[in-house]
Design a protein around this ligand. Structure first.
Ligand SMILES: *[C@@H]1O[C@H](CO)[C@@H](O)[C@H](O)[C@H]1NC(C)=O
Ligand SMILES: *[C@@H]1O[C@H](CO)[C@@H](O)[C@H](O)[C@H]1NC(C)=O
Ligand SMILES: *[C@@H]1O[C@H](CO)[C@@H](O)[C@H](O)[C@H]1NC(C)=O
Ligand SMILES: *[C@@H]1O[C@H](CO)[C@@H](O)[C@H](O)[C@H]1NC(C)=O
Ligand SMILES: *[C@@H]1O[C@H](CO)[C@@H](O)[C@H](O)[C@H]1NC(C)=O
Ligand SMILES: [Zn+2]
Ligand SMILES: [Zn+2]
Length: 457
């Protein structure tokens, strides 16, 4: 390369760098303070329930939530990989998967306090946007649609990350909004979507718990008027769990309302970042013409814990943390880089956090815009290699088995259709499309009716 070309190349590179920002997204740390190595695999951790922690090592086991060593390792890995991000997004679930009677209000608060402390200690000058998870409450998932002692306590713990006005709405309903990094034209919306979770028994008779939907509608309407660009973060996502057919989280009317909120305000919403699944996947939103208008990124969890949801096969993951690269002028998500810890390797050698993949490299898309993510989805749907790659990343390179035809339908329909009815329809058409004509489409219709029926149990 000539010196002149090299110079031009550097200038161009610098030009793009100047517009490029990045932030960390971490989620579902699920610290289990009871984790302790010993001779009896049934006694390693409370979060394993009645399962043995057969491969337990100092950084954890797939039967257990995170030991402190894993929490510490993940936060220090962030510091080593990208020590000075523009900000950090943290989308909740701090406590272990144990029965409520083994926790309590004080235990939950003290776990949130320890995690807040280590993030603050390692990133003392970094702004953190923090959303509550369904496990950040006692009793778990019972977050109320009104003022509560725990909202107050958490707001106080996060005071140094919150603007004073944010503390006020947080104490009322666990949500808040701020200008992103205090910059004019950019906004962060932090939602408490645990209010929409079907396991929440306090909010199900409410049209709009804590008035969050009408508040968000108002914030987004005003954002459009002020020509702002908005990121939305939260914990429990709308739509379906891609690892279990027809498994959703939101109550039906809440799911509908969430989709409508995004469709109405998509022109100001540039990204949605959620957790709760512990897996690496995404969700597409379309307008009535079928054009992609928004993407929700679901980032993998730090906990390696294997889900106990009945019917999920091989539902564990390696610990993952993630960097989003974005255009600081438009907030457009340019790329997504996921780092992970091979837990088996960590326990036998050392805790080596590696780059798992870069979105644009692995899937050959120009960026992570809704149009690119839609193209990626079509790739996953149509191409075996794309599907398999996506599938291995879905469990953070834990489950490397083949994603078969039924698996393909589960993932493709969950990514494509956040709306429950459209998802059920997708199951039928995708299954039919894949096997071609003949009797099989009829069988798949019958099967999907059976699945729908099964849902009621
Ligand atoms: C946390 O991780 C850092 C970096 O690896 C290490 O120096 C430190 O000793 C760890 N602390 C604990 C309490 O494990
Ligand atoms: C958690 O916080 C308490 C209170 O500050 C402290 O005593 C304890 O050492 C912390 N635990 C860990 C593992 O950092
Ligand atoms: C929460 O804090 C606010 C302001 O300090 C106070 O007015 C309110 O009574 C508290 N609510 C609860 C439920 O503790
Ligand atoms: C945000 O910006 C406003 C005005 O631009 C300033 O008054 C305020 O102190 C800033 N807040 C923070 C937390 O920096
Ligand atoms: C994780 O580490 C184990 C043990 O070193 C190795 O066998 C396995 O292939 C690794 N997995 C991946 C995805 O690299
Ligand atoms: Zn979780
Ligand atoms: Zn959760």
């Amino acid at each position: 390369m000539s010196a002149q070309r090299l110079l031009l190349c550097c200038l161009l590179f610098k030009g793009t760098l100047a517009l490029s920002g990045n932030f960390w997204h971490i989620t579902d740390l699920h610290w289990d303070p009871s984790y302790k190595l010993g001779d009896d695999p049934f006694k390693v951790c409370a979060s394993s329930g009645y399962k043995p922690a057969a491969m337990a090592g100092i950084f954890g086991d797939h039967a257990c939530d995170s030991p402190w060593n894993l929490i510490n390792s993940s936060v220090y890995a962030m510091k080593k990989i990208l020590p000075d991000p523009d900000f950090i997004v943290w989308t909740g679930d701090d406590t272990p998967h144990v029965p409520d009677q083994n926790l309590g209000t004080e235990a939950v608060l003290s776990i949130i306090r320890n995690l807040t402390h280590i993030i603050n200690e390692v990133f003392p000058r970094t702004k953190v946007y923090s959303a509550l998870g369904n496990h950040d409450y006692h009793p778990k998932s019972q977050l109320p649609g009104g003022p509560s002692f725990m909202y107050n306590e958490t707001a106080q713990m996060w005071q140094h990350w919150l603007e004073p006005e944010s503390g006020i709405t947080f104490m009322k309903g666990g949500y808040y909004t701020e200008k992103l990094l205090n910059r004019t034209g950019f906004r962060m919306l932090v939602l408490n979507t645990n209010l929409y979770y079907d396991r929440n028994m306090l909010t199900h008779n409410d049209e709009d718990p804590a008035g969050q939907f009408s508040w968000a509608d108002q914030v987004l309407t005003e954002a459009a008027r002020n020509k702002e660009k908005v990121y939305i973060i939260g914990h429990v996502p709308p739509g379906m769990f891609e690892k279990k057919r027809s498994k959703s989280w939101y109550r039906k009317h809440f799911n509908k309302r969430y989709v409508e909120l995004i469709q109405k305000h998509h022109s100001v919403i540039v990204g949605q970042f959620f957790g709760h699944h512990h897996t690496d996947t995404f969700r597409m939103f379309y307008n009535s013409e079928g054009s992609p208008i928004s993407t929700m990124f679901l980032s993998p969890g730090v906990t390696p814990w294997e889900t106990t949801l009945p019917g999920v096969k091989n539902g564990a993951n390696n610990p993952g943390i993630r960097i989003f690269e974005y255009d600081t002028q438009t907030l457009l998500v340019k790329d997504v880089v996921t780092y992970y810890l091979n837990l088996t390797h960590a326990n036998t050698a050392r805790d080596r956090w590696e780059k798992e993949y870069r979105l644009t490299e692995s899937f050959r898309v120009p960026d992570a815009s809704p149009a690119s993510m839609d193209r990626l989805l079509e790739g996953i749907s149509a191409d075996r290699c794309h599907l398999q790659k996506y599938y291995e990343f879905n469990s953070v390179s834990y489950d490397l088995s083949e994603c078969d035809a039924a698996c393909r339908v589960d993932h493709v329909c969950a990514v494509r259709e956040v709306d429950y009815e459209r998802y059920e329809h997708c199951l039928v058409t995708e299954a039919a499309g894949f096997v071609g004509g003949g009797l099989l489409p009829v069988l798949s219709v019958a099967a999907s009716i059976l699945f729908a029926f099964n849902q009621h149990f």
